[in-house]
Each structure stands twice: as C-alpha cells, then as structure tokens.
Write a protein that binds this ligand. Sequence first.
Ligand code: 6PG
Length: 262
Amino acid sequence: MSGRPEIVVCASIDTLYERAARLFADAARTSVAARGRFAVALPGGDTPRPMLERLAEPPHRDGVRWDRVEVFWSDERCVPPDAPRSNFRMAREALLDRVPVDPKRVHRVRGEDPDPERAAALYERGLRAALGVPRGAPHLDLVILGLGADGHTASLFPGSEALLETERLARAVRASEPGIQPPIVERVTLTPPALNAAWEVAFLVVGEAKAPAVWAVLEGPREPSRWPAQTIDPVRGRARWLLDGSAAGRLSDLAPAPAGEP
Ligand code: 6PG
C-alpha cells in the first residue's frame, strides 16, 4: 500500500456493521449532494449481509436517496440471478427488495450468460454508460470489499492475470484458475483500475480466520500477486478497513479508536 489506509477496529461485530451502514449512508449523502447520484459497488460473500440488512431499516434506510443510487457489484459468480450463490440475490434479499431503488439503476452482472467474457464486457459497458465515462476509469463513489482468508478480494485471486489488468474495468475469471476459492465457478470481477478509481474503498473483515490475511495485506511484505488485496490502493480516493477485534488480532501498530467511536 503506498499510503497506509485508515484502520478501524470495532469493539464488536455489531458495532462494525453499524459503522459500515453509517459509512454507506454518509457516502451516499455526500455523493448525491456533490454529484446528484451515488454509485456504489457491493461486495459478495457472507460478511456484508448484516450491513445490507441494517441499511434496509431505520435510521439508515431513511437517510439515503435510494432513487439516486446506482448499484453495482465488485464481483459476481457466473450463476443465475436467483441461484443461492448469486451475489446479486444476496443483495436483493438483504436490501434491494426492501428499499425504493430504481430498478433501472441496478446494474447486475448477467451471471446467467454462458459466456463470462461477454458478461464482463456487457458489465463494463453498463458501468461506463451509467457513469457517463466512455474511456478511462469511472469513479465509483464507494466500493465495499470483503477479504478471503487467502488474501483475495472481489474475485481477484492469488496469481490471477486479472491482477495485472491495466485497461479493462471488468474481467472474466475462469473456474480453472489455480488460485480460485470456493465457490469454484466462473466469475466476473471488477479489476484494479476500476476499483482504484473509486473515491472510497471500504473493506469489511470479520473473524479470526481472516487475521493472518489481514496482517499479510496490511503489514506483511508487498507481494500483491500473493496477497491480491494489496492491489487495492485508490489513486485519488481513500481506503478504509473496518475490522472486528479478531480479524485485527495480528496487527501491531494500531492507533486506539477515537473516544466514543464504536
Ligand atoms: C465473493 C466475494 C469475495 C468475498 C470474500 C470473503 O464473491 O465471494 O466477492 O471476495 O468478499 O471471499 O467472503 P466472506 O465474506 O463470505 O468471508
């Protein structure tokens, strides 16, 4: 990481999710006020569900102009949108069916497409069109990411060619990639150029099983091919890690959280 990101160690998992929901709502308010819209990429996996559920309830639900939210995903499994492993399905159940988002502003990856490369190209085209950026990397307002125990994020796995992408915003990831983690399916992922163009990136990481990867990414030697989350270093934006005490358990130099902060 060129600049050390802000690291927030929350006193409990509950306060982590409250802090994450508040971060989302604050970013939404700031972006809508500044740009008339809030373009957010949601993560996949299990960790983010409680945050999404909190956003669907007061007070956070009432603090977001849902009609101005452009919803994307950091990555998607190449499965139908109603499949149990679909990241879109998880977000739809936890949040999108429960708030008044404009369906035309929900930009899912077409996981049902039998050709992941075509799905990635369509997804990139949709991202560019929605944000009005035909060339270069559009600035998502917020990207929320998880972290795998192997240090992957989105569907950027150790040793993946996608880690070296410099032009495309989205790429297909083959199930045959050596570093892929379960579920072992084809995927589509945003690439480092797309992720690092974001104004804000927030990692949500919970649990002792992730502590070695958190240490390796944040305090270990720089080796982004082995620890893909190290490729996430926003060019002009900022990165923040929201950790519970277990996930932060191996970190050394932690500034104490400001008094009164969860
Ligand atoms: C996915 C995710 C992936 C996830 C991590 C952590 O599609 O699986 O995007 O990067 O965030 O694997 O997953 P958990 O939150 O389930 O531990």
